[in-house]
Design a protein around this ligand. Structure first.
Ligand SMILES: C=C(O[C@@H]1C=C(C(=O)O)C=C[C@H]1O)C(=O)O
Length: 177
């Protein structure tokens, strides 16, 4: 079974005991734009570094979260969010090809602009519950690969379009706090 078909299980924060530390929870459960919070922490020395973008078969947990058939195609955007050039967050955001078609949501041409600029401006997306998991190290870029890193995901929905955003918090962020 390839890693991408692993059924990664996500949990609501209340289902995790002992779960993340208080400092980790403060970031994992941030309800506002993560970009804005990281920009403030970096005092502006913040950037979005696109790593991989393109049409791919969605992972099983992604397809389930987006309500599409396993193996459906979607646009995948993987980035590093850097503060003072340190990799603070790895993010993987996906949307199904079907839902993107005709949505006018230009996920594919964001480049180094933050996805948050689209999701946290009008017309506003509705954000679903935040779920947590330990992110498989093999799914991380080799430059930031580590075991047992906490990740969160939530679904942003507007009309027929849903964007599933997954953010993995890297050691250099917590080392900065
Ligand atoms: C959803 C947001 O957008 C951030 C920016 C991302 C990107 O540019 O790909 C991905 C995940 C988020 O951390 C946010 O700012 O909260």
């Amino acid at each position: 079974m390839s890693l991408s078909s692993l059924p990664l299980h996500w949990h609501l924060p209340s289902q995790l005991h002992p779960g993340p530390t208080p400092i980790e929870r403060d970031w994992l459960l941030e309800q506002g734009s993560l970009t804005r919070r990281l920009q403030a922490l970096a005092d502006g020395a913040f950037r979005v570094e696109p790593l991989n973008e393109g049409w791919h078969n969605l992972r099983l947990d992604e397809a389930r979260a987006l309500g599409v058939a396993p193996g459906s195609q979607g646009w995948v955007r993987e980035v590093l969010l850097r503060g003072h050039e340190q990799p603070w967050v790895f993010a993987r955001s996906v949307a199904s090809r079907e839902a993107l078609k005709g949505s006018g949501f230009d996920l594919a041409h964001l480049g180094s602009r933050s996805l948050g600029e689209l999701l946290f401006t009008s017309p506003v997306f509705q954000r679903g519950p935040i779920e947590l998991a330990h992110y498989p190290a093999d799914w991380l870029p080799s430059s930031v690969r580590a075991e047992q890193l906490w990740a969160r995901r939530s679904r942003f929905a507007r009309e027929r379009l849903s964007v599933l955003v997954c953010e993995v918090f890297l050691p250099s962020l917590f080392g900065q706090l």
